[in-house]
Ligand binder design. Structure first.
Ligand code: F6P
Length: 337
């Protein structure tokens, strides 16, 4: 059934990611181009609950494509996870006359969007179509090969680790660097390959500390290296603990760095700006072609729209084959068995 779209809300939710503003800009500009009004909902789903919004026109989103963070602010909303909370959100949607919402964030954001759309249908509100745009530096959303923010976060981490390598080389030290990624190792493995790490620890791979870390550092030393870089995904453990174990097992005196939230900031890379712009455009085009309740995802480099319920069930295989590449390319590479 065609859903007439006259006014849409757009919001950012969950952890912010570089490129979110480019997505907001694309949604607004495409909507205006299609003769659709746009309302910016501030602070994620809390913005609907608390009627915290701003009308957006084409000029409202000028000069933000290159800005990190989100001009709409973001938040995680416990209240929205409850039916009464969503009822408050629906009353704001009714007040504003929203036909659809574009939610930019992670899969938790999409689950909330789908619950809101279903509650709207069940409570007599009528049609409230929702579209999700995947944005998180973790790149851990099962239905999309790529999520906005991942490339910028990786570049930030690589830049920081390159700086660390300079001083580790001068002092002939071991550096243990903890990167973000929540429960996934996409960021850690991608960055580990990009910096030529001696070893990378990811939650997707059980670690035999002796065989993995200790032996790799020993082999690197035997190959003539006198400084070592170990990258740890936060979901695989704490860099401080890894540093202590390296000290105990090898007598080295590692320096530990937790990159933390620096990976969430900065001007989005070209890839994040361009991907976010295409996703924002396709999100509005999906709505105008009656494809509500979907997630805009990338698949083999293309932008596709997936049924939201199906998208939320999808799992993304971890590229474990890349772990072998990492091992083959570093001086500490494992013996071919
Ligand atoms: O999901 C993005 C992310 O940066 C994760 O990598 C990290 O574990 C988490 O958010 C940190 O959450 P917060 O910003 O609430 O501390």
């Amino acid at each position: 059934m065609e859903h007439q779209i006259h006014r849409i809300g757009v919001l950012t939710s969950g952890g912010d990611a570089p490129g979110m503003n480019a997505a907001v800009r694309a949604v607004v500009r495409t909507a205006v181009d299609c003769g659709i009004e746009c309302v910016g909902i501030r602070r994620g789903w809390n913005g609907l609950i608390n009627s915290d919004f701003v009308q957006l026109d084409a000029s409202s989103v000028s000069h933000i494509i290159n800005k990190g963070g989100t001009v709409l602010y973001t938040a995680r909303s416990e209240e929205f996870m409850t039916e009464p909370g969503r009822a408050k959100a629906l009353s704001t949607c009714k007040l504003l006359g929203l036909d659809a919402i574009v939610a930019i964030g992670g899969d938790g954001t999409f689950r909330g969007a789908l619950a809101l759309s279903r509650q709207a249908a069940a409570s007599g509100y009528g049609s409230l179509q929702v579209v999700g745009i995947p944005a998180t530096i973790d790149n851990d959303i099962g239905c999309s090969h790529y999520t906005i923010g991942f490339d910028t976060a990786c570049n930030t981490a690589v830049e920081c680790i390159d700086k660390l390598r300079d001083t580790m080389q001068s002092h002939e030290r071991c550096s243990v660097v903890e990167v973000m990624g929540r429960h996934a190792g996409h960021l850690a493995l991608y960055v580990g390959i990009a910096v030529g790490a001696t070893a990378v620890l990811i939650p997707e791979r059980e670690v035999d500390f002796e065989a993995e870390i200790v032996e790799k550092i020993r082999r690197a030393r035997l190959a003539g290296t006198t400084h070592y870089m170990v990258v740890v995904a936060e979901g695989a453990g704490s860099a401080a603990d890894i540093g202590r174990r390296i000290h105990e097992e090898l007598g080295l005196d590692p320096r530990v760095t937790v990159l933390g939230h620096i990976q969430r900031g900065g001007s989005p890379s070209a890839r994040d700006r361009e991907t976010a712009s295409r996703m924002g455009y396709e999100a509005v085009m999906a709505l105008t072609s009656g494809k509500g309740n979907c997630v805009i995802a990338t698949k083999d480099g293309r932008i596709v729209d997936l049924d939201m319920e199906e998208a939320l069930q999808m799992k993304k295989p971890f590229p474990m084959e890349r772990y072998q590449i990492l091992e083959a390319l570093t001086l500490s590479g494992s013996k071919r068995d």
